[in-house]
Design a protein around this ligand. Structure first.
Ligand code: PTJ
Length: 270
């Protein structure tokens, strides 16, 4: 059986298919778990609902997230199988430019996976990767999943954690520990999205390059200006705006009778 599928560049869904291939390749090398492929499918469905582009409320969350990372004293970027597969290079770039630590934190934890992800991050330019093996010796209280195991020098002592593509329990527990959490989650209804301090409702593949640009743009602003950006942001309202955007878009498709392929195609390009 042929393992690598060549995606025709003129295929209307070439980008999305290439991302699937990336995940499958990372599944074969032991970075992504089969459950991660299912999680990606749920993400794709939400991406459809927003038109596969970054929506206005997400831009606002990205600007606020950039300000929060720049203000943090001890920011940590938490990486799992899916985020490593989709954005190892961008996660490392963001960490290097903000002085954030990078830590592996997995729901389906095994030493082999931790080491495979560490290798991918080092290859992407990471200087140090926390949370691998017995380096994850501290515990997040009130959390029973494997995600509770964290590095004392990383997530355990962080004042801000950036995480993506995960279930909500840890976000809730991290908030209870008094940490700020930035979540990249394309599903505004998820527990992660609702518990985070700042939720970026966008595909990680689009959100991270935009976040890197925003950090670049804001890096020489004063603390006062950065705080002003943060004070203007309300996560609950922002999530409401994302849900309203999705609902409005679906109503528009229905109202304008855009269900025929060409009409829908034109609408998506607006
Ligand atoms: O690598 P591990 O062991 O830590 O396991 C990772 C998975 C993803 C299997 C685990 O964390 C999991 O089961 O996650 P959930 O509960 O399915 O949540 C994943 C969330 O990420 C869902 O809300 C998805 O909609 C969202 N999501 C999926 N793909 C993307 C995404 N958000 C942003 N960008 C995506 N590409």
């Amino acid at each position: 059986m042929k393992e690598e599928i060549e995606i025709p560049p003129d295929h209307p869904r070439a980008e999305s298919l290439k991302i699937r291939e990336k995940l499958i390749m990372n599944y074969r090398i032991g970075i992504v778990v089969p459950q991660g492929l299912i999680a990606h499918g749920r993400g794709e469905a939400f991406d459809y609902l927003i038109g596969e582009r970054t929506i206005r409320p997400a831009f606002k969350a990205i600007t606020t997230a950039a300000a929060a990372i720049l203000l943090a004293k001890h920011p940590v970027i938490s990486v799992n199988g899916n985020s490593s597969a989709l954005a190892a290079k961008e996660l490392v770039e963001l960490a290097n430019m903000t002085g954030s630590k990078i830590e592996v934190n997995l729901f389906y934890r095994s030493l082999e996976r931790e080491m495979a992800i560490e290798k991918a991050l080092i290859e992407a330019g990471a200087k140090e990767v926390l949370g691998v093996g017995n380096r994850a010796s501290a515990m997040i209280p009130e959390l029973s999943s494997e995600r509770r195991k964290v590095d004392v020098r990383g997530i355990y002592s962080a004042d801000l954690v950036l995480l993506s593509l995960e279930d909500g329990d840890r976000t809730e527990a991290l908030r209870k520990m008094g940490k700020n959490v930035i979540a990249i989650d394309i599903n505004p209804l998820s527990r992660t999205a609702r518990y985070a301090s700042i939720t970026i409702v966008d595909n990680i593949v689009r959100a991270l390059p935009l976040l890197i640009d925003e950090v670049q743009r804001l890096r020489f602003k004063s603390e006062k200006e950065l705080w002003r950006i943060i004070r203007r942001f309300d996560n609950e309202k922002n999530l409401g705006d994302c849900i309203r955007f999705m609902a409005k878009r679906l109503m528009e498709i229905k109202k304008r009778n855009l269900l025929y392929p060409e009409a829908l195609e034109r609408f998506l390009k607006i």
